[in-house]
Design a protein around this ligand. Structure first.
Ligand code: HEM
Length: 390
């Protein structure tokens, strides 16, 4: 991919528009990959698995993620997805609401206490990413998996390294984490508990279970696919609201608008900007000849700003209907964690708005992009707020 300026990384949308208008299906000879920018084309690349495969490189190989459903095609994808869906149901996720609320409150209590002991009177300050959006999904997934409290810190370090938010340093964290999960899986094989690993061990279709590698691959996939994405959904929501401060009052007055606002954030600042596929065979696509084996980048972030699908696509409108964004993908690989991400974002934003007001970005602080090409958002987002009686 071409090297990007910070400005483009934080606001790639003018470039996407140019590409949708001038070169919607674009080949880059030096990197030998294709890029598609329009809504219909992105949908097709994501969902037409017969032409555009999710299997890359060596497939299964050494990497446990190679054995996970995000890098599989049917029929194996279907079997595996049906198995893990049994353990990861929207109903099960909805039951986590109470626990997620408690975690958000704990995180905000820590922030509130810091504000009161400071010298800023009844005001406070926090970093939306460091203090809320980053820890929340890591704690939730650790609890879901059944990681004991005392191992939480270790788990967080592995998770940081896996998503590239921290350096590996000494040792091999992938190996350490795999060993840790193997051990946990073994324990749960002997004695089930009320956690996701136990449910995954029990999941079966026609007598078939997940094997050890698949189970491990799925646990690691949850960390990779679920944490940084949710962090950036929450961070991106605050960025959007900061640009439209009237939204804070609107959402406080009518909290039932929060889910719609989250959908609009997902469209307007999609946490995942693109996904890859590999052409499974030679395919003619919009009069272009894509050769078997070539990579195709499907620009979700651009599709979600396509005027052909979304009138006034560059307007942030929390009441937009319909809002058929594809921030969670499209077709058979549609995000398995979407209900969880939506629930975490809803609770985090609801509690933040209930407890704090006059939320404003700290002026003059330069925003820094995540550093990942795929995940879109900012590394830090310092804000100030007021608390207590208004
Ligand atoms: C705002 C947060 C999130 C966004 C924007 C997001 C986005 C996506 C996208 C675009 C895909 C499709 C990948 C493809 O087509 O190749 C996907 C798949 C997936 N996501 Fe998410 N995701 C989020 C949160 C989560 C969470 C919280 C979890 C679980 C804890 C999760 C687990 C998965 C899994 C397992 C898949 C693979 C599904 C399959 O291949 O069948 N995601 N996600």
């Amino acid at each position: 991919m071409q090297s990007r300026t910070t400005e483009d990384a934080l606001n790639p949308f003018p470039r996407y528009r140019l590409m949708r208008e001038s070169q919607p299906v674009f080949y880059q000879p030096q990197h030998q990959f294709w890029q598609v920018f329009r809504y219909d084309d992105v949908q097709r690349v994501l969902s037409d698995y017969a032409s555009f495969s999710s299997v890359f490189g060596g497939g299964e190989g050494e990497n446990p993620l190679g054995a996970s459903l995000i890098s599989m095609d049917p029929p194996r994808h279907r079997q595996l997805r049906n198995l893990v869906t049994q353990a990861f149901t929207p109903r099960g996720v909805a039951q986590l609401a109470g626990r997620i609320t408690a975690i958000v409150n704990e995180l905000l209590d820590a922030v509130a206490a810091r504000g009161q002991t400071g010298q800023m009177g009844n005001t406070g300050h926090m970093d939306i990413i460091d203090d809320l959006a980053y820890p929340l999904p890591v704690i939730v997934i650790a609890e879901m998996l059944g990681i004991p409290h005392e191992d939480r810190e270790r788990f967080k370090i592995w998770s940081d390294i896996i998503v590239g938010a921290a350096n590996a340093g000494e040792g091999n964290p992938q190996v350490e984490m795999s060993a840790y999960f193997f051990n946990m899986i073994e324990q749960r094989s002997r004695e089930r508990k009320d956690d996701l690993i136990s449910a995954l061990l029990d999941a079966q279709i026609g007598g078939e279970h997940l094997d050890l590698r698949e189970l491990l691959g799925f646990c690691i996939l949850l960390l990779v696919a679920g944490n940084e994405t949710t962090t950036n959904l929450i961070g991106n929501a605050i960025l959007c609201f900061d640009e439209h401060p009237e939204v804070y009052e609107q959402l406080r007055a009518e909290p039932e608008l929060i889910p719609g606002a989250i959908e609009e954030v997902l469209r307007y600042r999609s946490p995942v900007q693109f996904m890859y596929r590999r052409a499974a065979a030679d395919v003619t696509f919009k009069n272009q000849e894509i050769r078997a084996g070539q990579m195709v980048l499907a620009w979700i972030g651009s599709a979600n700003r396509d005027e052909a699908q979304f009138p006034n696509a560059d307007d942030f409108d929390i009441k937009r209907t319909p809002n058929r964004h594809i921030a969670f993908g499209h077709g058979i690989h549609f995000c398995l964690g979407a209900p969880l991400a939506r629930l975490e974002a809803k609770i985090a934003l609801t509690m933040l708005l209930e407890r704090f007001y006059d939320i404003k970005r700290v002026p003059g602080v330069q925003l820094e992009e995540t550093g990942s090409n795929i995940v879109f958002g900012v590394k830090h987002l310092p804000i100030t707020f007021s608390q207590g009686a208004k």
